[in-house]
Ligand binder design. Structure first.
Ligand SMILES: [Fe+2]
Length: 184
Protein backbone atom coordinates (compact mmCIF):
# COMPACT_ATOMS: atom_id res chain seq x y z
CA UNK A 1 0.00 0.00 0.00
CA UNK A 2 1.29 3.45 -0.83
CA UNK A 3 1.37 5.92 2.04
CA UNK A 4 0.44 9.45 1.11
CA UNK A 5 2.43 12.19 2.82
CA UNK A 6 1.66 15.86 3.07
CA UNK A 7 4.07 18.15 1.23
CA UNK A 8 5.09 19.66 4.59
CA UNK A 9 6.27 16.23 5.73
CA UNK A 10 8.60 16.10 2.74
CA UNK A 11 10.02 19.54 3.58
CA UNK A 12 10.68 18.40 7.16
CA UNK A 13 12.34 15.20 5.94
CA UNK A 14 14.63 17.19 3.63
CA UNK A 15 15.53 19.67 6.37
CA UNK A 16 16.54 16.74 8.57
CA UNK A 17 19.24 15.87 6.02
CA UNK A 18 21.30 18.79 7.30
CA UNK A 19 23.20 21.68 5.74
CA UNK A 20 24.84 19.62 2.99
CA UNK A 21 22.40 17.22 1.41
CA UNK A 22 23.99 13.96 0.31
CA UNK A 23 22.52 12.82 -3.04
CA UNK A 24 22.11 9.26 -1.86
CA UNK A 25 20.06 10.43 1.10
CA UNK A 26 17.95 12.74 -1.05
CA UNK A 27 17.28 9.81 -3.36
CA UNK A 28 16.24 7.63 -0.45
CA UNK A 29 13.93 10.39 0.78
CA UNK A 30 12.26 10.91 -2.59
CA UNK A 31 12.07 7.40 -4.01
CA UNK A 32 8.50 6.15 -4.11
CA UNK A 33 7.17 9.19 -2.26
CA UNK A 34 3.56 9.96 -3.04
CA UNK A 35 2.36 13.33 -1.85
CA UNK A 36 -1.28 13.82 -0.99
CA UNK A 37 -2.58 15.86 -3.96
CA UNK A 38 -4.69 18.00 -1.63
CA UNK A 39 -1.51 19.35 -0.03
CA UNK A 40 0.05 19.96 -3.45
CA UNK A 41 -2.91 21.91 -4.73
CA UNK A 42 -1.54 25.37 -3.70
CA UNK A 43 1.50 24.70 -5.92
CA UNK A 44 -0.36 23.55 -9.03
CA UNK A 45 -0.40 26.14 -11.82
CA UNK A 46 -0.73 25.42 -15.52
CA UNK A 47 0.25 27.33 -18.61
CA UNK A 48 -0.54 26.26 -22.19
CA UNK A 49 2.34 24.55 -23.98
CA UNK A 50 4.90 24.86 -21.22
CA UNK A 51 5.78 23.91 -17.67
CA UNK A 52 5.57 26.03 -14.54
CA UNK A 53 8.03 26.09 -11.62
CA UNK A 54 6.33 26.52 -8.28
CA UNK A 55 8.51 27.05 -5.24
CA UNK A 56 7.50 24.98 -2.23
CA UNK A 57 10.42 25.69 0.15
CA UNK A 58 13.90 27.18 -0.03
CA UNK A 59 16.79 27.71 2.34
CA UNK A 60 20.56 27.87 1.97
CA UNK A 61 20.81 24.07 1.66
CA UNK A 62 18.13 23.25 -0.90
CA UNK A 63 15.03 24.30 -2.80
CA UNK A 64 11.97 22.12 -3.38
CA UNK A 65 10.02 22.97 -6.51
CA UNK A 66 6.78 21.49 -7.86
CA UNK A 67 6.86 21.49 -11.67
CA UNK A 68 3.57 21.24 -13.57
CA UNK A 69 4.09 19.97 -17.11
CA UNK A 70 1.42 20.66 -19.67
CA UNK A 71 0.90 18.00 -22.34
CA UNK A 72 4.07 17.73 -24.47
CA UNK A 73 5.86 20.51 -22.54
CA UNK A 74 9.65 20.15 -22.64
CA UNK A 75 12.54 21.79 -20.88
CA UNK A 76 15.53 23.14 -22.73
CA UNK A 77 18.62 20.97 -22.74
CA UNK A 78 20.35 22.01 -19.52
CA UNK A 79 23.00 21.30 -16.93
CA UNK A 80 22.66 21.61 -13.15
CA UNK A 81 25.24 24.28 -12.31
CA UNK A 82 27.20 23.20 -9.23
CA UNK A 83 24.24 21.48 -7.62
CA UNK A 84 22.81 18.03 -7.18
CA UNK A 85 19.29 17.58 -8.48
CA UNK A 86 16.76 14.83 -7.92
CA UNK A 87 13.11 14.62 -8.79
CA UNK A 88 10.25 12.23 -8.20
CA UNK A 89 7.32 11.87 -10.53
CA UNK A 90 3.91 12.31 -8.90
CA UNK A 91 1.48 12.01 -11.81
CA UNK A 92 1.72 11.37 -15.56
CA UNK A 93 4.81 10.20 -17.42
CA UNK A 94 8.11 11.98 -18.03
CA UNK A 95 10.78 11.39 -20.65
CA UNK A 96 14.42 12.15 -19.81
CA UNK A 97 16.74 12.54 -22.79
CA UNK A 98 20.34 12.35 -21.66
CA UNK A 99 23.24 14.03 -23.42
CA UNK A 100 26.97 13.67 -23.34
CA UNK A 101 28.72 17.00 -23.45
CA UNK A 102 32.36 17.77 -24.17
CA UNK A 103 34.09 21.12 -24.53
CA UNK A 104 36.87 20.75 -27.12
CA UNK A 105 38.15 24.27 -26.40
CA UNK A 106 37.97 24.00 -22.63
CA UNK A 107 35.18 23.99 -20.11
CA UNK A 108 32.31 26.25 -21.18
CA UNK A 109 34.45 27.94 -23.84
CA UNK A 110 32.89 28.08 -27.29
CA UNK A 111 30.41 25.59 -28.73
CA UNK A 112 30.42 22.18 -27.13
CA UNK A 113 30.11 18.75 -28.61
CA UNK A 114 26.62 17.61 -27.63
CA UNK A 115 25.39 14.11 -28.27
CA UNK A 116 22.18 12.43 -27.19
CA UNK A 117 22.91 9.15 -25.45
CA UNK A 118 20.03 7.45 -23.67
CA UNK A 119 16.34 8.11 -23.16
CA UNK A 120 14.31 6.94 -20.20
CA UNK A 121 10.62 7.21 -19.36
CA UNK A 122 9.70 7.65 -15.71
CA UNK A 123 6.48 6.46 -14.12
CA UNK A 124 4.84 7.59 -10.91
CA UNK A 125 7.09 7.27 -7.86
CA UNK A 126 10.28 6.89 -9.91
CA UNK A 127 13.19 9.29 -9.50
CA UNK A 128 15.90 10.82 -11.66
CA UNK A 129 19.18 12.19 -10.33
CA UNK A 130 21.66 14.67 -11.78
CA UNK A 131 24.82 16.30 -10.61
CA UNK A 132 26.71 19.31 -11.83
CA UNK A 133 27.87 20.76 -15.13
CA UNK A 134 28.45 17.56 -17.06
CA UNK A 135 25.07 16.05 -16.22
CA UNK A 136 23.00 17.32 -19.13
CA UNK A 137 19.48 16.38 -20.09
CA UNK A 138 16.13 17.46 -21.43
CA UNK A 139 12.92 16.57 -19.59
CA UNK A 140 9.36 16.58 -20.90
CA UNK A 141 5.90 15.18 -20.37
CA UNK A 142 4.96 12.35 -22.72
CA UNK A 143 1.49 11.22 -21.75
CA UNK A 144 -0.62 14.28 -21.05
CA UNK A 145 -0.02 16.45 -18.00
CA UNK A 146 2.60 15.51 -15.42
CA UNK A 147 3.68 16.73 -11.99
CA UNK A 148 7.21 16.34 -10.61
CA UNK A 149 8.83 17.38 -7.33
CA UNK A 150 12.43 18.59 -7.68
CA UNK A 151 15.09 19.02 -5.04
CA UNK A 152 18.10 21.19 -5.94
CA UNK A 153 20.89 21.17 -3.38
CA UNK A 154 22.02 23.83 -3.21
CA UNK A 155 19.39 26.04 -4.88
CA UNK A 156 20.18 26.85 -8.52
CA UNK A 157 19.95 30.52 -9.53
CA UNK A 158 21.22 29.99 -13.08
CA UNK A 159 22.21 27.05 -15.26
CA UNK A 160 23.66 26.51 -18.72
CA UNK A 161 21.24 25.74 -21.53
CA UNK A 162 22.22 24.19 -24.84
CA UNK A 163 21.00 24.47 -28.42
CA UNK A 164 21.09 21.32 -30.52
CA UNK A 165 24.13 22.75 -32.34
CA UNK A 166 26.14 22.95 -29.12
CA UNK A 167 25.91 26.69 -28.52
CA UNK A 168 25.32 27.53 -24.89
CA UNK A 169 24.06 30.35 -22.75
CA UNK A 170 23.57 30.94 -19.06
CA UNK A 171 19.91 31.14 -18.14
CA UNK A 172 18.73 32.60 -14.83
CA UNK A 173 16.24 30.44 -12.96
CA UNK A 174 12.80 31.76 -12.18
CA UNK A 175 9.71 30.73 -10.26
CA UNK A 176 6.23 31.02 -11.72
CA UNK A 177 4.85 31.02 -8.20
CA UNK A 178 6.41 31.30 -4.75
CA UNK A 179 4.87 31.36 -1.29
CA UNK A 180 4.43 34.79 0.25
CA UNK A 181 7.29 35.49 2.66
CA UNK A 182 6.31 35.00 6.27
CA UNK A 183 7.04 37.63 8.86
CA UNK A 184 9.87 37.05 11.30
FE1 LIG B 1 17.32 18.84 -14.95
Amino acid sequence: MTTLHGIDDLVVALRELGEVLQPVRVAATLRGVRIDPRTLEPFMTWSPGRYTRNLVARDSAFELIAICWEKDARSMIHDHADSDCAFVLQTGAITCENYRVAYPDGFEKGPCDLRQTTTRTLREGEIDMRSGHLSVHRVGSCDGRAVTLHVYAKPIDACTVFDEDGTTKVMPSHYDTAPAPTAG
